[in-house]
Design a protein around this ligand. Structure first.
Ligand code: C5P
Ligand code: MG
Length: 293
C-alpha cells in the first residue's frame, strides 16, 4: 500500500527484504514530522554517481589522482594502489577486522603520495571543474528540499573533504543545513598541500571513533528520525553517534558486484537500490515524509 504513497519504490532497481517494516518506518517518520528528521549520508558513490556512459565515475580521491597537478609517475602509483586495495575493500569474503588495517594502509599511502605533489589550495576549483565527477540525478531536488524544510544533512565521508565541498559548492547546493565530516587537506602558509589532517577516516571506521565534534549529534538530539544513505557496508555505522534513535531507514546503493553482494546488502540495508544512478527513491520518500497532509 505504500506504493501509492511513494510510487518510486516500484522502480525495478528497488529491492526490499521486509516491505511491511519499511512501510511502517516511513509512516512513523511522517507522523513524527519534519522537525524530528535528519539525514546522514555518505558522499562518494552515494551522492555522486558510480558510473556514467559505461565508465566509472571518479571518487573524490580519484579526482585528485587523475588531475593534471599530479605527475605521471604519481598517477601510476596511485592507480596501482587503487587496483590492489579496492578489490579488498569490497571483497565479501573478508571480515571488517581483516579489512581495517589494509584500508589504513591504502589511505595512508595515497595521502603520502598526494602530499608529495605540491598541490595548491587554489588549484582545487579547477581540478574539480575539469574532472568527470557527477552527482546522482535528482541531487538538486534532494539538497534543496532538505534546505527548504530545515532538515540537517550530515555528510560523513572517507573521501577528501576539500574536494567534495567544492563539488557541492559548484553544484550550488552547499546550503547552511549541510555539515561535512571527512579527510581534510592541510596546507602550509603558501597554500601548498603538506599532509592530511587527523583523524584518518576510511571506509570501515565511519563511526563514533572519528567524530571529534560529538556536539553535532547532541545538538540534534531531538531529531530521532534518521534517513541513512550509503553504498558500502562501512556506511551502516554512520549514525552510531546519534544519542536517541526512534526510526531509522537505511537506504543502500549497491553499485558493484551486484549478484555477489545482493544478500548481504538486503540483510543490512532496509532498501537496496541496484545499479540505480538516481536519487529518485530518496526524493520520493522525502516528498512523502516532508509534505504536510
Ligand atoms: O565510504 P566513502 O564513500 O566515503 O569512501 C570513499 C571511497 O573512496 C571508497 O569507496 C574508496 O573506494 C575510494 N578511495 C579511492 N582512493 C583512495 C581511497 C579511497 O578512490 N585513495
Ligand atoms: Mg561511498
Amino acid at each position: 500500500m505504500y506504493f501509492r504513497e511513494v510510487p518510486e519504490l516500484q522502480k525495478s532497481t528497488v529491492r526490499i527484504k521486509d516491505p511491511e517494516r519499511v512501510a511502517g518506518i516511513i509512516r512513523a517518520m511522517k507522523e513524527q514530522g519534519t522537525h524530528k528528521l535528519q539525514v546522514i549520508s555518505d558522499f562518494d558513490m552515494t551522492l555522486s554517481r558510480f558510473g556514467c556512459n559505461g565508465r566509472r565515475c571518479p571518487t573524490s580521491h580519484n579526482i585528485l589522482d587523475n588531475s593534471r597537478v599530479v605527475s605521471e609517475e604519481g598517477r601510476r602509483q596511485l592507480k596501482d594502489l587503487l587496483h590492489y586495495y579496492y578489490p579488498i575493500e569490497i571483497d565479501p569474503k573478508r571480515t571488517l577486522e581483516e579489512k581495517r588495517p589494509l584500508m589504513v594502509e591504502w589511505w595512508s599511502k595515497a595521502h603520502e603520495l598526494l602530499s608529495q605533489q605540491k598541490i595548491l589550495k587554489s588549484d582545487i576549483p579547477q581540478i574539480v571543474r575539469e574532472s568527470d565527477v557527477m552527482l546522482r540525478d535528482g541531487f538538486d531536488e534532494l539538497f534543496n528540499r532538505l534546505h527548504k524544510y530545515n532538515v540537517p544533512l550530515f555528510i560523513f565521508s572517507a573521501g577528501v573533504g576539500d574536494i567534495l565541498e567544492e563539488i557541492i559548492r559548484q553544484a550550488n547546493v552547499f546550503h547552511p543545513n549541510v555539515n561535512v565530516v571527512s579527510n581534510y587537506m592541510d596546507f602550509d602558509d603558501n597554500g601548498v598541500l603538506r599532509r592530511f589532517k587527523a583523524p584518518l577516516i576510511h571506509t570501515y571506521n565511519k563511526n563514533n571513533s572519528v567524530l571529534r565534534d560529538t556536539e553535532y549529534f547532541q545538538q540534534l538530539s531531538a531529531r530521532t528520525s534518521i534517513i541513512l544513505l550509503g553504498d558500502s557496508m562501512g556506511d551502516l555505522t554512520m549514525a552510531d553517534g546519534v544519542p536517541s534513535v526512534e526510526n531509522i531507514l537505511k537506504i543502500g546503493f549497491l553499485n558493484d558486484k551486484v549478484e555477489e553482494q545482493r544478500e548481504r546488502y538486503l540483510d543490512a540495508y532496509d532498501v537496496v537500490l541496484e545499479s540505480d544512478e538516481t536519487l529518485d527513491v530518496v526524493n520520493g520518500i522525502l516528498r512523502f515524509v516532508l509534505t504536510e497532509t
